[in-house]
Design a protein around this ligand. Structure first.
Ligand code: NAD
Ligand code: UDP
Length: 312
């Protein structure tokens, strides 16, 4: 049994990861400040005797006498409406959170994995995006608190690895969706499903021709666990995403069809710096993570997510 600390464990991805790690018989400690996380998701995990939930803000150092073998650092709001709500706090969460968790890893000689993002590629000129691409990110825009915070966190992880010999892993997550997203999450998949289920207008931003690649959460969690288990010399960064690429209009049409909704598509202004295209090159993940490949097609993942929102 390993002792594993998950920051942001009360959030969408973190709740799935904690459940998976607990199911494998590990001891899991979740650190979360409940900014976007859900106490009810935590209550579901408390049925596991090896689960401990600690209310803590990662911008503050964390010390414990308990053993820690691995740390997954997920704490950070991920939906644009949430990370733009208090942008100073967002960038502090990425940078101070990375420093505090790296110091904790160092004190416990633990492996540590950073949940980075495809946002480090910004509005990319290279398509699809390989890990070797340095990206095209605006340093002063409304998305920068998130994008630049995540970029600086990657730098900190690599510097702690080179300078202090920490065992680090960096994954770059592409748009991920599934059950446990909150109704107020604000990201496109949950927005469209909720609007469709209520027969309300589906709000497509811009002309809806921008693309994203949508990964079902179980595929991501599988990739995260495999990444943590790789040899010490492999730090990443490694892309984790589903290479299927769809426009936002196509996504809206899929969801209308799958829900049998009477909703109509309406167009709303495109937020500034909204990337025009996004698709992962996952060659490295396949090679390094034992042939990892996303197994849940968009249609199947959407059906499961629709069932989840219908059950609320
Ligand atoms: P989420 O908002 O559902 O979860 C984030 C969690 O972090 C929440 O429980 C929140 O309360 C917690 N948190 C935020 N600030 C904190 C702080 N200062 N201290 C402690 N806890 C804090 O988002 P998610 O989609 O589950 O994303 C999890 C991680 O994965 C994030 O780091 C995000 O950047 C990364 N990521 C997600 C996606 C995606 O598509 N879902 C894509 C790329 C990267
Ligand atoms: N989007 C949209 N309608 C919504 C929410 C988002 O058309 O109700 C668009 C958004 O402008 C972006 C894409 O969907 O082009 C993905 O947005 P999301 O916030 O899910 O993720 P990100 O922009 O971080 O990739």
């Amino acid at each position: 049994m390993k002792s594993i600390l998950v920051t942001g464990g009360a959030g969408f991805i973190g709740s799935h990861l904690c459940k998976r790690l607990l199911g494998e018989g590990n001891r899991v400690i979740c650190l979360d400040n409940y900014f976007t996380g859900s106490e009810s998701l935590m209550r579901e995990l408390l049925v596991y005797p090896n689960f401990q939930s600690v209310e803590h803000d990662v911008t503050i150092p964390y010390k414990t006498t308990s053993a820690i073998d691995e740390i997954y650092n997920l704490a950070c709001p991920a939906s644009p409406i949430h990370y733009q709500y208090d942008p100073i706090k967002t960038i502090k969460t990425s940078i101070l959170g990375a420093i505090n968790m790296l110091e904790l890893a160092q004190a416990h000689d633990a492996r540590i994995l950073q949940a980075s993002t495809s946002e480090v590629y910004g509005d990319p000129f290279i398509h699809p995006q390989p890990e070797s691409y340095w990206g095209n990110v605006n340093t002063i825009g409304i998305r920068s608190c998130y994008d630049e915070g995540k970029r600086a966190a990657e730098t900190l992880f690599m510097d702690y690895h080179r300078q202090n010999k920490l065992k680090i892993k960096i994954i770059r997550i592409f748009n991920t969706y599934g059950p446990n997203m909150t109704v107020h999450d604000g990201r496109v998949v949950s927005n469209f499903i909720i609007q469709a289920l209520r027969n309300e207008n589906i709000t497509v931003y811009g002309d809806g021709r921008q693309t994203r690649s949508f990964q079902y959460v179980d595929d991501l969690v599988e990739g995260m666990v495999r990444m943590m288990a790789t040899e010490d010399s492999f730090t990443g960064p490694v892309n984790l995403g589903n290479p299927g690429e769809f426009t936002m209009v196509e996504l809206a049409e899929h969801i209308i069809r799958l829900t049998g909704s009477r909703s109509e598509i309406v167009f709303r202004p495109l937020p500034s710096d909204d990337p025009k295209q996004r698709k992962p090159d996952i060659t490295l993940a396949r090679e390094k993570l034992g042939g990892w490949y996303p197994s849940v097609p968009l249609e199947e993942g959407l059906k499961r997510t629709i069932r989840y929102f219908q059950s609320l």
